[in-house]
Design a protein around this ligand. Sequence first.
Ligand code: HEC
Length: 116
Amino acid sequence: MKKQFLIALTVSATLLLPGIVQAHGDGDAAKGKAVYEGTCVFCHGAKGKGEIPGTPDFTQADGVLAKGDEVLIRHITDGFESAGSAMPMPAKGGNPDLSDEDIENVLAYLHQAFGS
Ligand code: HEC
């Protein structure tokens, strides 16, 4: 009885562990989706094409997502306004609770969901 329990425990730990380890890696797009839907979707839209004037179309080839990740992380974290823009991107999308990890995750989601 006790031995069977131990075997079951070992098997479930082996199955669960890769998921846990992966969750701590850089840029988890699945987690980023939750961040996007909680903070970014109101302005950028579920399809990433922009809901309000001044937001870029993420799906455009050679669009803003083609800028390097380092630049994009900085613009998401600190906010960003391009020349002649109708509206600036607020720092952290206006959600100060977002961590650096949340921002890496949401950027991974942008790339996965909207391309480039
Ligand atoms: C209040 C509306 C609003 C929210 C919320 C918002 N954005 Fe933005 N975002 C903008 C606007 C407007 C721009 C374009 C700014 C410009 O070009 O001047 C922009 C630009 C961007 C860009 C392109 C930056 C660049 O270098 O050109 C990225 C990437 C981005 N947003 C990601 C996000 C992410 C990720 C979130 C959620 C954490 C988010 N945005 C939340 C309005 C918003």
